[in-house]
Write a protein that binds this ligand. Structure first.
Ligand code: ADP
Ligand code: MG
Length: 331
């Protein structure tokens, strides 16, 4: 184990070599002709496939507490970025990491690299390059994926009459945020599963791929269900009706917040990284047979905007319309 006395001696190239170039996630992988070590990564795309690229930056003090554990941070950062690949039905290919660090702290870097390995393996993503600089802690993940030409799912394409579906329980990560920030505490039984959803969201990559040729539009929930459905509605030029009582909620969030606040969290909290998608009704049964966690939460309708209705079909309004209710840690 390196000691802190070594820090000043740990130069940029030594740091890259020790923690990233030699990481398990940087090993030779399918489609990677040249990974870390040259000026560019060189990737091979099967004939007839298109490349998907998405970048996400996480800033200390904005997207995560400055004291955050490196292991958890790496997992969460890569998962959040990979979720964009899931949303567009990509097969994961690789990622780059631009890391800015105030100090080269070997123990922190070791944890960070280990967390990166865990999530990269879970996602099937190879680390193919990056950049390392000194400054306030921030990390930028650029993820790369591939899809047969024309089969990427987009935010546009939803049709009136489609079902509105989500890939699982909502609101857990937003409910965990006050726990993450130390503003509140709870029993391990309740806090455990919520914190897990915050720190290690599981990008729905396999589900995204299963939606190719089935869903008419999709995106992943990062800003909150209402806000993200608003993006889908405007890109598809349709209206969306969400039925309040159909929102899937975990046992933990119900125990922590009760039904009313849990529903509000599911609608307006961010960081779910679940897929939300529009689906012709005839596609539901076969998909749900393979993915029982898929929940129908409403419909695509003619019109514009997003409406939430109660069990009597009456519109419901919320005092808090967006993620700001849950603090300033979202970007
Ligand atoms: P250049 O000067 O050509 O931009 P660098 O010296 O920044 O190259 O990086 C050397 C090699 O290490 C490159 O292949 C780059 O992609 C890789 N690299 C740098 N930082 C990281 C990192 N944090 N994670 C993974 N690869 C990295
Ligand atoms: Mg460079």
């Amino acid at each position: 184990m390196p000691t802190s006395a070594e820090i000043p001696l740990l130069g940029e190239f030594e740091l890259i070599r020790r923690f990233f170039a030699s990481a398990a996630c940087a090993r030779p992988a399918a489609g990677v002709v040249q990974g870390i070590g040259d000026d560019c990564a060189l990737l091979a795309l099967p004939p007839g496939e298109q490349l998907l690229v998405s970048t996400d930056t996480l800033l200390s003090g904005v997207h995560f507490p400055a004291s955050a554990d490196g292991f958890l941070l790496a997992q969460r950062g890569l998962a959040a970025a990979a979720s964009d690949l899931a949303a567009m039905a990509a097969t994961p290919l690789g990622f780059t990491l631009a890391l800015t660090l105030p100090t080269a702290e070997p123990q922190w870097l070791q944890g960070f690299a280990a967390g990166l390995d865990v999530m990269a393996k879970a996602c099937g993503l190879a680390l193919v390059g990056g950049d390392t600089t000194r400054g306030p802690l921030s990390m930028t993940f650029t993820v790369l994926g591939r899809v047969p030409a024309g089969q990427a799912l987009r935010r546009s394409g939803a049709q009136a009459g489609d079902l509105l579906c989500v890939g699982g329980a909502l609101g857990d990560a937003a409910a965990a945020l006050p726990l993450v920030l130390g503003q509140t505490s709870s029993s391990a039984e309740i806090a455990g599963p919520l914190l897990e959803r915050y720190w290690t969201p599981q990008p729905q990559l396999a589900l995204g791929q299963a939606l190719r040729g089935k869903a008419t539009a999709a995106l992943d929930i990062s800003d909150g269900l209402l806000a993200d459905c608003g993006h889908l509605a405007s890109a598809s030029a349709v209206g969306i009706r969400i039925e309040l009582e159909r929102l899937p909620l975990s046992a933990a969030i119900l125990q922590l917040l009760g039904q009313t606040r849990a529903r509000e969290c599911a609608l307006t909290g961010g960081d779910d990284y679940r897929l939300v998608f529009s689906l012709p009704p005839g596609e539901l049964a076969s998909l749900q047979a393979a993915w029982p966690e898929i929940a129908v939460i409403g419909q695509v309708v003619a019109g514009t905007g997003v409406e939430v209705v109660d069990e009597d079909g009456q519109p419901v309004t919320f005092a808090h319309s967006g993620f700001q209710h849950f603090g300033s840690t979202h970007g």
